[in-house]
Ligand binder design. Structure first.
Ligand code: NAD
Length: 336
């Protein structure tokens, strides 16, 4: 029996996820969609050729009898309301990042989920499902590097639009690293500092670019992340974990090596959707399987909350230029 899924928000990633579930993954089907732009929701149903009902709004979709599970892929500020409604209806919910736009909003979700007495939320931190990061995690957990000491990382995009402003380097871009390193190192953050190097001429006036984020973890690991969102040359994710006994480097995406016209070259991807395409597949299959077996795994509300707290402090550090403390509340046993 397949899991009947309702999607709230049929924009770019909502349509991609619906297409994955319909054409690539197993065990799930799209039976309901909604969007503030109902015409767009209808167009997505037509393009996918699915028999899904278009609902007036997210609340109606969540309460529909034939919807077993909900996917929230609408704009960030709407996530909290829909995730809370899904929890209150006792339905499992996959929520794209961010879980909520404030740490307080994430806390409301945690309180509701604990009250429900069952894990109902999976957050869309798809890097945990990327095969390269999983290899790194296995090497660290298998003690092949000894204790991790330092992480050097970079998150580079070819370019960003005019509406992308300085704090978005944290809330939209670094948020993935903030989740990934907690998971990779099995650690939490203690402090953050943000440095602004010389600005690239390719950045518009409202974004400082590039930025260097320096994080310190509770175990004492030092992390430097270059966020460079107008790097022009490609979408490029780099990560080296330096341990006592060795170094693990995130594998480059597979690409053909060309020897031609006196050059040896490999293509660099330009599009994040291609870079993490397989990770999105594995992530959503895990959600469908988790709903089917009644046991959701993967990034939890607590992980969404932890990333939000660290993100807020990073934005404060952007503004102050100082080293800012990150105080994580104690993790409830529910999320152990
Ligand atoms: P988008 O603008 O293409 O789509 C968002 C859709 O939500 C739009 O169609 C909009 O009409 C709809 N919407 C807005 N308010 C709504 C409401 N109240 N009810 C129903 N629908 C509503 O944006 P996107 O790029 O698809 O991003 C959507 C979410 O996914 C964002 O939170 C974004 O951060 C996240 N995202 C995550 C990743 C990732 O790497 N995991 C990548 C891209 C986007």
């Amino acid at each position: 029996m397949s899991v009947k899924i309702g999607i709230i928000g049929t924009g770019m990633i909502g349509e991609e996820h619906a297409r994955r579930i319909t054409q690539q993954l197993t065990g799930g089907e799209i039976v309901a969609v909604t969007d503030v732009n109902l015409d767009q929701a209808r167009a997505v149903v037509d393009r996918l050729g699915v028999e899904a009902q278009v609902y007036e709004d997210g609340q109606a979709l969540i309460s529909a009898d034939n919807v077993d599970a909900v996917m929230v892929t609408s704009w960030g500020p709407t996530h909290e309301e829909y995730v809370l409604a899904a929890i209150n209806a006792g339905k499992p919910v996959f929520c794209e990042k961010p879980l909520a736009t404030t740490a307080e909003g994430c806390r409301h979700i945690i309180d509701a989920e604990i009250q429900a007495g069952k894990r109902l939320v999976q957050v869309g931190f798809m890097r945990r499902y990327d095969s390269g990061y999983q290899m790194m995690k296995a090497a660290i957990d298998g003690n092949r590097l000894g204790e991790p000491l330092i992480v050097h990382a970079a998150h580079r995009n070819p370019e960003v639009p005019e509406r992308y402003v300085t704090p978005m380097a944290i809330h939209d871009t670094l948020i993935h690293e903030l989740d990934t390193f907690r998971w990779l190192l099995d650690d939490d953050y203690k402090s953050a500092q943000v440095l602004f190097p010389r600005k690239t001429r390719h950045a518009h006036s409202k974004v400082e670019d590039p930025q260097i984020v320096l994080l310190e973890t509770v175990k004492g690991v030092r992390i430097d992340v270059e966020v460079f969102v107008n790097c022009k040359y490609g979408y490029d994710i780099q990560c080296d974990v330096v341990g006592e006994e060795g170094i693990a480097r995130l594998p480059e995406p597979q690409s053909l090596q060309l020897r031609q016209a006196g050059q040896r070259s490999n293509e660099i991807l330009m599009d994040w959707k291609k870079r993490f395409g397989e990770a999105f597949d594995v992530e959503l299959q895990a959600f469908i399987d988790g709903v089917a077996t009644g046991e959701l795994k993967g990034p939890s509300s607590w992980d969404g909350y932890a990333a939000a707290i660290a993100g807020d402090v990073c934005v404060k550090a952007q503004e102050s230029g100082a080293i800012e403390q990150i105080d994580m509340p104690e993790r409830p046993a529910f999320y152990a």
